[in-house]
Design a protein around this ligand. Structure first.
Ligand code: C5P
Length: 235
């Protein structure tokens, strides 16, 4: 599958000014940008509008999880900002997922709706502590199938789960994977990682990459190197 911007750069910056400075350095390259809870809580919708106005695809990573009516309204508000991708917690249940999906009908272009399965920070013991007697991998697949049945476009998962997710839901079902590290890179606090090439070989669609690009001495060069690694993995 060829995509024009497979890399989503995580703008995990404390201020909008710093985030936009990085975007300016990366702009000549094709990538998308992720605005998460920290940046959005500090800067609000104006940072999203600024990115959209620059023609950048924006993944608004706010992981909605609430009653169906509230999540549907939040999804509409995100769509009105002009973002390209949004996400919800699949554990919010089928009614919430269907309401989220229905709320996006009619938006042109419609934002992609991605489900968060099991956060990669959670272990089997953590799941047991909240009453889920399954392994993270088993729970990821259960939630992936539910998201698929409810009309979502794909899931966030670890790169090591891409193959199982694709097997369960088909090659066109999207995967969005953080935990991407080149072979020689620092793992930072990530545990279940894969290289960009391995993620692409496994069938991964969108790769969320933060520190290997944002903290590089030359972010544009780091992005170009990863883009080249992905292009050669695609053959
Ligand atoms: O710096 P790094 O490449 O580790 O950044 C990964 C990005 O993906 C961060 O914005 C992080 O919040 C996000 N993320 C993650 N693991 C998840 C979900 C999101 O690392 N399970």
């Amino acid at each position: 599958m060829k995509r024009t911007h497979r890399i989503i750069v995580a703008l995990d910056h404390p201020t909008g000014e710093e985030a936009l400075a990085l975007v300016s350095r990366l702009e000549p390259h094709a990538c998308a940008f992720k605005v998460g809870k920290e940046l959005f809580t500090r800067e609000g919708p104006p940072i999203v509008r600024a990115l959209v106005a620059r023609g950048q695809p924006v993944f608004l990573d706010l992981k909605y999880h609430d009653i169906p009516n509230t999540v549907a309204a939040a999804c509409q508000a995100a769509a009105a900002l002009g973002v390209w991708m949004i996400n919800v917690h699949v554990s919010g249940g089928p009614e919430m997922l269907r309401a989220a999906r229905a709320s996006l009908e009619g938006w042109q272009p419609r934002p992609l709706l991605i489900g968060v399965t099991v956060l990669t920070s959670l272990s089997g013991a953590d799941l047991a502590a909240v009453g889920i007697p399954d392994s993270p991998a088993g729970q990821v697949l259960r939630l992936t199938r539910l998201a698929h049945q409810c009309g979502l476009d794909g899931v966030v998962c670890s790169p090591q789960e891409i193959a199982a997710v694709k097997q369960a839901c088909g090659a066109d079902w999207l995967t969005v994977t953080p935990g991407i590290r080149s072979a020689e890179a620092s793992l930072d606090d990530q545990q279940r990682v894969a290289t960009p090439a391995a993620a692409v070989h496994a069938g991964g669609d969108y790769l969320v990459i933060g520190r290997p690009i944002t903290r590089a001495s030359d972010p544009a060069r780091a992005l170009a190197a990863i883009t080249a690694e992905i292009a050669s993995a695609e053959g």
